[in-house]
Structure formats: C-alpha cells, structure tokens
Write a new protein. Structure first.
Lengths: 252, 280
C-alpha cells in the first residue's frame, strides 16, 4: 500500500496514430491528482491506460508499465477485469444503466460480480450513496429509473456505482463537463471528502477546478507530459514555457 | 419565401404526409375488414373446439390446426430465437474482420431465399432421415426462416446501445460476457422483442415450407414426430376445395390466424414492457 500509481515509459496508439509518448510519472496515493491540457492532448487516453480501458477501443495498443499499488497492471497473465475492479472510473457524461433502478445501478458492480445477499447489497448501496453525497436526495426513490434523476444526480449515481465496489483508485474523466456550476460544486466537495480514502486522478478542462481540488497537477500537450508538480507551484510558477502559455490562456 | 407561402406549403405538406401514413395502414385495415366480412360468420365456438368434419358434412372446426400452429410457432421460436439473438449479439460486438461480414451477407441471402426452398431443405435434412413428416420438421423450417430476421434486427438493436454504457460496465470490472448479457441485451430488449414479433408474425402465415414438413393432419397429432395440423395448411386445403362451407371456414381460419398473431404480439409487448426500457 501507499505506493500510488507508478507509470514508466507509457506509450499508447490508436491504430497507427501514436497518441501518448513515453509518459513517466508517479501519482501519490490518497491524494487528488489533476490532469490538464488542451483537447486531444491525450489526457483521457492517459487515464484510460491506468485501468486498461484504452484497449477496449478496436485497434488501440499500449506499451510501457503501470504499477497500481504495487501491481503491474500490464504484466502478462493479469486479468483486465480484476484491474478494473480495483480502479473505479467516472466518465464525462453521466451514464447510468437505463434499464436499472437507482439502487440496481449502484450495486451493479457487486451484483454482476456475483454478490447475492440482499443485506450486503443494501449496506453497500447506502454506504456508496452516502459517500457520493446523494443518499438524502434519493433514499426515497431508490426504485426509480436511474435516468429519471437530474444530470448532477445521475453523475453522483455513477460515482456511487464506482465506489460501491470499494476501489483503491478513482479515475474521473472530466466528470463535471456536462454539469451546471451547482452540481459541479457538489462533485468537487465530494472529491475533497473522498481523497482521504482513495487515490483520485481527475482529468479536467477547467483549470480553476484543478487548482481547487488537486494536490498535484500534470500538464499534457500533444501526447507528452510537459510538466508535473505540486498544483500551486505549477499554476503560480510553471517551469516550462508551454505550461505558462496554456495556463495564462495563450492557447488551448 | 413569403410567410404566407410558407404557411400554405406547411399545411399542404402536413396533410400529404398524414395521407401517406393513412395509405400505409389502409391495406391492413382493408384485409382485416374483408376477413371480418367473409369469415366472421363461420367463427363460432365449434370452430375453436371441434376437429374438421369428414368431407360432405357441414360444420366442425379447426381446433387441431389452431393448437398445431401455436405448437409450431413455439417450437420454431425455441429453436430460432436463442441462436438468432446470440448471433446478432456476436455480429454487433465482434472485432473479427471477416466472419461477421460473411455471416451478415449470408443472413441477408437466407432472408431472400423463397420459403418453399427452405421447405425442401427441411424435407431433405429432417423428413428424409426421420422417414416421416413431423411437427419437428415444420418447426425446423420455420426456425430457418426466422433466423435471418432475428439475427439482423438483434444486431441493429445491439448496435444502438451507446458505447458509454458498455464502457461504464466494463470499467466496473464486469467480465465482457456479463456486460453483454446483463447490460447490453436488456438495454436493447424492447427493440429486439419487436424484431422477434415481426419474425414470428412472418412465419405464422407461412404455408409453403409446411407442405412437405409438418404436412397437416385432420386429427389431433399424437407426438411431435407425427404430422401436425397448421392453420395456413388448413386454409390452403379448404380454400381450394369445392365446398362452400369449407370456403367459409377458410376465411374464418384466416381471420383467426391474424387474430392470433395480433394477440401474441400484444401479449409479448405487455408482458415484456418492463419498468425501464432502453432503446427501441
């Protein structure tokens, strides 16, 4: 434990397009790390490499090593299903399962993972929904369709769904980009509460958001990790000219 | 364009498309009306409860044919649906470059094969080895006809399920096969059921492939490896016979057949319209 995520010489491709170039970085455990950069710079691809979701896209390929809490997730014989179980993921657009109720959505990972006892599921659902700061809002409508909630609530259902399987790491891919400022504030509050128990990596387009929630920040540009460091330092005193240009709004 | 012209054009086009919609359902209404007019008088309790009377006697019913058609449809569905739906799932989800393409092409060709040819095929591979006409052979022929419809509609519907749902499930650490069976298929369910109903309705009225497979039977069938009666066969036999009473019963049979398909479709819709539906 307490290793965090150690990435060494990570390269990724979509077909023949080389989208990540030799990324090496160490992400601290039980902390929030933000990944920023302009569209198409590879930040989403980067976090999708951490839980082996990159390879789900046809033609996608990865090389290099990623160690999460001491386990090399790309070692031969490692089952991507087991990797993903330990590393939760929240996506850009809320994507609750439309055929399931709120409750069924939250416990989907457990139930489809073979957990049957009702008491275990009940407990896990309540715990995850409380963690996602959604329990008080939905405790009386657990049987309602997951897609009948508001966008912000749907996104928190998705966060609860990821938390219910008790992952060690939570990856968030622009989790607030489809939400209004109030829902965004709730999710950010949530991130700050969760960081004591989880390693969180969040991709964001919003630099204020990165500044508000993260301890460390990495700046990606055209598939390369340009700069990585303590968030305050990176924003107030960037070492690289390109980072400075980006955070001062000169491009991107 | 002037606002006035635009408004007039809007009204005209709205009416034209409404008229087109009416024209689409008109043939069905006409057929149904004509069947009611011709056949309703012969539909009575006897028709549903009695066997056909011997030649020359008036009355009797098609009870055996109604039950026979239901049995044939159930058997054909049991054979064709699992294969068709799983096949569609494979076609929609496979990353293989060649096999899905070939399978898709062949399914489309099979869809265009005349049903009598499917009957000959079933005759060759089921009737000849068994040395008798049977319900099984009839159901086999109907299943072959259902297969391409079910495969292609399932594939299309599974494709409509957003990739984001699949990714959400995979990212939870759910194995691929469970993602497909427990998340993707249920999301596509409502649409797949529509496709299945279309396939069942299509084969419910098939006559040609049953001629030399199920063969027909004027009595109750004993076992599934015996010839079995079916409504389309009975309608065919009665319609070409020279007796007025049989003609009336043929019309009644056609009416009951349409009613049957209608009821089965409706029932499937009601039973399977779960609380939450995905893509349609």
């Amino acid at each position: 434990m307490a290793d965090g995520i150690v990435v060494r010489d990570l390269n990724a491709w979509f077909g023949s397009a080389h989208v990540l170039h030799g990324i090496s970085v160490t992400i601290a455990p039980k902390a929030v790390t933000a990944v920023i950069g302009p569209s198409g710079c590879g930040k989403s691809t980067f976090i999708r490499c951490l839980n082996r979701m990159h390879e789900v896209v046809p033609g996608a390929r990865v090389a290099g090593s990623v160690r999460v809490e001491g386990t090399d997730v790309y070692a031969p014989g490692v089952d991507p299903v087991q990797v993903r179980r330990k590393i939760g993921m929240v996506f850009q657009k809320p994507n609750p399962f439309p055929t399931m109720s709120v409750f069924d959505n939250v416990v989907a990972g457990l139930r489809l993972g073979g957990v049957r006892e009702r008491s275990v599921l009940d407990e896990a659902a309540e715990r995850a929904l409380r963690q996602a700061a959604l329990w008080d809002e939905v405790k009386d409508q657990l049987g309602k369709s997951g897609v009948s909630l508001s966008g912000g609530q749907q996104q928190r259902v998705c966060i609860a769904r990821a938390l219910a399987v008790e992952p060690e790491v939570l990856l968030m891919d622009e989790p607030c980009s489809a939400l209004d400022p109030i829902a965004t504030a709730k999710i950010e509050e949530l991130i700050l509460e969760l960081r004591s128990t989880l390693t969180i990596v969040i991709v964001t387009h919003n630099m204020q958001q990165a500044a508000r929630v993260s301890e460390s920040t990495g700046f990606f540009l055209m598939g390369e990790l340009i700069e990585f460091g303590v968030t305050r330092g990176l924003f107030t005193n960037p070492r690289d000219k390109r980072t400075e240009d980006y955070i001062t709004g000169r491009f991107g | 364009m002037k606002p006035r012209t635009r408004r007039v054009l809007n009204v005209v086009m709205s009416w034209l498309s409404a008229l087109a919609a009416v024209l689409v359902v008109l043939p069905l209404l006409l057929i149904f009306g004509f069947l009611l007019w011709q056949g309703a008088s012969a539909v009575n309790v006897d028709f549903f409860t009695h066997l056909p009377k011997p030649v020359g006697e008036v009355g009797g019913g098609m009870a055996n044919a109604i039950v026979g058609t239901l049995i044939l449809l159930a058997l054909a569905a049991a054979l064709g649906l699992p294969i068709g739906i799983l096949g569609g799932l494979y076609l929609a989800d496979s990353r293989d470059a060649r096999l899905p393409w070939v399978a898709r092409f062949l399914a489309d060709v099979l869809n265009g094969v005349p049903s009598i040819v499917v009957g000959i095929f079933a005759y060759t591979v089921v009737v000849l080895p068994m040395r008798r006409f049977s319900a099984l052979a009839g159901a086999f022929a109907l299943a072959v006809i259902m297969l391409p419809i079910v495969v292609r509609t399932s594939e299309e519907l599974v494709r409509l399920v957003p990739a984001s749902l699949r990714e959400a499930a995979l990212a939870l650490g759910i194995p691929q096969w469970k993602v497909l069976l427990r998340v993707v298929l249920p999301t596509a369910r409502a649409g797949i059921i529509t496709g299945v109903m279309v396939a069942i309705a299509r084969v419910a009225g098939e006559t040609a492939p049953l001629l030399f497979t199920a063969f027909g039977n004027r009595f109750w069938h004993q076992t599934l490896d015996q010839p079995i009666a079916a409504l389309p066969l009975q309608i065919f036999a009665y319609a070409i016979a020279p007796y007025d009473d049989w003609h009336r019963q043929a019309w009644a049979g056609a009416l009951v057949l349409i009613g049957l398909v209608f009821t089965v479709s409706l029932a499937a819709r009601v039973v399977t319209s779960g609380r939450f539906t995905g893509v349609r």
